[in-house]
Design a protein around this ligand. Structure first.
Ligand SMILES: Cc1cc2nc3c(=O)[nH]c(=O)nc-3n(C[C@H](O)[C@H](O)[C@H](O)COP(=O)(O)OP(=O)(O)OC[C@H]3O[C@@H](n4cnc5c(N)ncnc54)[C@H](O)[C@@H]3O)c2cc1C
Length: 321
């Protein structure tokens, strides 16, 4: 792409909010490009492959209630990218064979560039200009910023400081996710996820026990600590965190496990939205060029992120009309 040719729209972030925005923009006939700093599509809807194991270490499942999102999930089910997961709720789904398959499905046919970290957003000659560490990346008539609130606040500080008010009011709980790989014979009979409100085991499941799970040679176990425990241990090193979570899992599940052949922990600083942005704060810049999106504007779930992305496009369209 030639960075000097203005696009209709630049979207920062290929999470659920960014993908929803990009899909609606495309349906509206706009030339939109998504930039994301991560290696892979999906943001917090994510899957990690390591040492031959596959772990869904971000969002564990999603729920669909709004008719538009229900339709999208139905399409994803028909394409084999989602499966109903009744054990997690009547309206719950999980990605198939992995959680990342949902964003991959949504991102099909969209123009998305991963591995680009936007460091500066500015208004320039009636356009929004996006820069990374080495210079100008793209310009566009309008933009959607879907980074988590603290990062969004920094990004819009020059181009749309009025949007900082919304970003300043959202708060998050962190989450430690621990991942363990065992020999196949460690896999128990089919079990439902274990869920507890507090402590080192907030939610955990053997990956093979998800519907439509990816086939694995070994047994992969993913456990997410509850918000209180994650907050308390946020600055600890990975190894003791993973050890503590594994010990607690054995107590919670009543099973003794041997040493895992793979063990890791991932620290999500901005995992779950605890306070959504003040409803009265603006979501679109005074000049009508930059809109905010992300779960933190509407709720704390995948569906909220998706709805916020569509809302951003509707706001930008209204401003341009
Ligand atoms: C551990 C965990 C468990 C969860 N469990 C559930 C669950 O069970 N059910 C549920 O519904 N939700 C769950 N969630 C929440 C759900 O994942 C989020 O609500 C949703 O994925 C947020 O989507 P988003 O697009 O708003 O943000 P994100 O997915 O965070 O996307 C933002 C994107 O912006 C990119 N970005 C940020 N800054 C820059 C920059 N400067 N330049 C370029 N790119 C940038 C990031 O790389 C990221 O990809 C969970 C989240 C976590 C972390």
């Amino acid at each position: 792409m030639n960075s000097s040719t203005p696009l209709d729209l630049v979207i920062l972030g290929s999470g659920m909010a960014g993908l929803a925005a990009a899909q609606l923009a495309r349906a509206n006939g706009l030339k939109a490009v998504v930039f994301d700093k991560g290696r892979r599509i999906g943001g917090r809807v994510s899957t990690r492959r390591a040492a031959g194991f596959t772990f869904n270490h971000g969002a564990q499942f999603l729920t669909a209630r709004h008719p538009d999102f229900v339709n999208t999930c139905d399409d994803a089910v028909a394409a084999g990218a989602l499966r109903p997961w009744p054990v997690s709720g009547r309206d719950a789904f999980c990605g198939a064979p992995t959680m990342r398959d949902l964003p991959s499905f949504l991102g099909d046919h969209l123009e998305i560039t991963q591995g680009v970290e936007i460091t500066r957003v500015e208004n320039h000659d009636g356009l929004v200009a996006f820069h990374d560490a080495s210079g100008l990346v793209a310009t566009a008539r309008q933009a959607v910023i879907t980074a988590p609130a603290p990062q969004a606040k920094r990004l819009v500080a020059d181009a749309a400081p009025e949007l900082g008010a919304a970003a300043a009011t959202a708060t998050y709980a962190p989450c430690w996710t621990a991942m363990f790989g065992f020999d196949a014979d460690a896999l128990p009979e089919h079990t439902a996820p274990i869920q507890e409100k507090s402590g080192p085991v907030g939610w955990g499941v053997w990956e093979a026990h998800r519907p439509g799970a990816v086939a694995q040679d070994g047994a992969a176990l993913t456990i997410q600590a509850a918000p209180d425990w994650s907050e308390e241990h946020l600055e600890q090193d990975q190894a003791p965190v993973a050890e503590a979570i594994l010990a607690a899992w054995q107590v919670a599940s009543g099973t003794a496990l041997g040493r895992p052949s793979y063990m890791a922990a991932h620290r999500w600083r901005y995992a779950r939205v605890m306070t959504t942005a003040n409803a009265d704060a603006p979501r679109i810049s005074a000049n009508g060029r930059i809109a905010l999106a992300g779960d933190w504007l509407a709720g704390a779930r995948v569906e909220d992120a998706w709805l916020s992305g569509r809302m951003a496009i509707e706001r930008l369209a209204a401003a341009a009309a």
